[in-house]
Design a binder for this molecule. Structure first.
Ligand code: UD1
Ligand code: CA
Length: 467
């Protein structure tokens, strides 16, 4: 392979998105659209240089992609794709080798296809190779105009807005991705004219420049037309996300994960899932999440930036963020684990239990209706229904410590900072304001009064104690 440089075009606003956010920053499976071609370049193609052309919201793009391997160049006025590429001349003017031009809005292209295209380009010793595809509906794409015969030579690419009715019927489209010989590219760009419907300098017009100079122009067909999909609208964004999501699900199913009702399950590419885990419908697995083997997740569960061990069950309607759950724990249904919750081995967090910034020790159970915040709960603890840690005094957060083997009765309020010692018992309804020593019983509740033979009187008047 010759030396390789990659240019990624990302200066356009993306008017058809009708958005305040520049098109290439719109997320696809949780990552900006532009990160897909950037990753293909940096991780798979590993060229000498990766040059990204930015214009609209350049600063936001540069902040989102602060990798030292990327060189950014500015295109202050968006005068077309040809003009955009010419902005890279100060960086690539002296480069000798193959330049691969990618588009920030074409994120579905796999590295494999690009490598094959580069190989074809170099084997053929072409000056220019364009990636093409046959699309049942070519609307919106530049059409590839060829000479007569089934494998006629390429004459040009015509944009839809400039095309004749006959040209619009052509189903072979330009993917907008090209391999070009380096010295030739910048010579050709100097020859472009903007005498077209959009008054722009069209990059594909370098085809005609090459042919006039008797240079070899090749085409390379994408193996699947979906790979070259360009995203211009929100509808296309949704469609592309569907394609990427399906690739991710297929990958995990191939790795031994069961996914029920696949289309309702959303898995970001950064997620890792162990074998024999089952993902039930309507689950969202996002960010830096890893799930172990033999887990049951869902239905209707969201897990974000969390590490989940093996054999864990996360049941219906549970939300987990930035937390860790050890092996064999059960969480849900209807639980909420907020950031920095650490549920240890075999612990159980049940319905309507919220945990925040707390450790829940091994084998501990909080099965119903509780709030555990800023707490350190030991092993084998029983947290009764209605237990609340009062961790906030209106100014500051305070910690609650519950040591191993404690039994916390129902409807207990633990007013932090407070500590309940090992194997202590807290009676139901207690408001714990003082530390409880190990093995003690703490109860604070009004004594129950008994009024005998109490009869409800019908009609007016007060109830009366009868003698
Ligand atoms: C382009 C091609 C078309 C091809 C299609 C494939 C041209 C003239 N047309 O059309 O033949 O079928 O892609 O998706 O190239 N950009 C800049 N600066 C500019 C203009 C565009 O950086 O001045 C960037 C955009 O941010 C975008 C990419 O170039 O990432 C393509 O531009 P876009 O306007 O979407 O071109 P299409 O009309 O889709
Ligand atoms: Ca486009």
């Amino acid at each position: 392979m010759n030396k390789l440089a990659v240019i990624i075009l990302a200066a356009g606003k993306g008017k058809r998105m009708r958005s305040g956010v520049v098109k290439v920053l719109h997320p696809l499976l949780g990552r900006p659209m532009l990160s897909y071609p950037v990753e293909v370049s940096l991780e798979h193609l590993q060229p000498e240089k990766t040059v990204v052309v930015v214009g609209h919201q350049a600063e936001q793009i540069q902040n989102a992609f602060s990798d030292p391997r990327i060189t950014f160049v500015q295109q202050n006025e968006q005068l077309g794709t040809g003009h955009a590429v010419s902005m890279t001349e100060p960086v690539l003017g002296d480069f000798k080798g193959t330049i691969l031009i990618l588009c920030g809005d074409t994120p579905l292209i796999p590295a494999q296809t690009l490598l094959e295209m580069v190989k074809h380009h170099e084997d053929q010793k072409a000056a220019l190779t364009i990636l093409t595809a046959l699309r049942e509906d070519p609307t919106g794409y530049g059409r590839v105009v060829r000479g007569r015969g089934p494998a006629g030579k390429i004459h040009k690419v015509v944009e839809e807005k400039d095309a004749t009715n006959r040209e619009r019927e052509i189903k072979e489209v330009n993917a907008g991705l090209y391999c070009v010989q380096a010295p030739f590219l910048f010579q050709a760009l100097g020859r472009l004219r903007s005498n077209n419907a959009q008054k722009e300098y069209y990059l594909p017009d370098i085809i005609e420049v090459a042919l006039r100079k008797k240079k070899k122009v090749e085409s390379f067909p994408a193996p699947d037309p979906v790979q070259i999909m360009g995203i211009n609208t929100r509808a296309e964004l949704a469609q592309a996300e569907g394609v990427l999501a399906e690739r991710v699900r297929q990958q995990w199913m191939a790795e031994g994960v069961t996914i029920q009702d696949t289309t309702s399950v959303y898995i970001e590419p950064s997620v890792h899932i162990g074998g024999d885990t089952v993902i039930y419908p309507n689950c969202y697995l996002r960010g830096e999440t890893s799930i172990g083997t033999n887990c049951r997740i869902g239905p209707q569960v969201e897990v974000c930036d969390s590490q989940i061990g093996n054999g864990v069950q996360i049941r219906f309607c549970t939300m987990i963020t930035e937390s860790r759950i050890a092996d064999d724990a059960i969480v849900g249904p209807f639980s909420h684990l907020r950031p920095h919750s650490h549920v240890e081995k075999g612990a159980k967090i049940g319905n309507f239990v919220e945990v925040k910034k707390s450790r829940i020790g091994p084998g501990t159970k909080a099965n119903h209706l509780a709030y555990i915040g800023d707490s350190d709960v030991g092993s084998g603890v029983n947290i009764g229904a209605g237990t609340i840690t009062c961790n906030y005094d209106g100014f500051r957060k305070h910690r609650t410590i519950i040591e191993d083997g404690v039994f916390v009765g129902s409807n207990t309020a633990l007013v932090a900072p407070v500590k309940v010692g090992k194997e202590a018992v807290v009676g139901a309804g207690t408001i714990v304001t003082k530390d409880v020593p190990p093995h003690a019983l703490a109860v604070s509740r009004a004594r129950q009064k008994m009024i005998k033979k109490w009869v409800m009187k019908k009609g007016k008047g007060r109830n009366k104690e009868r003698g």
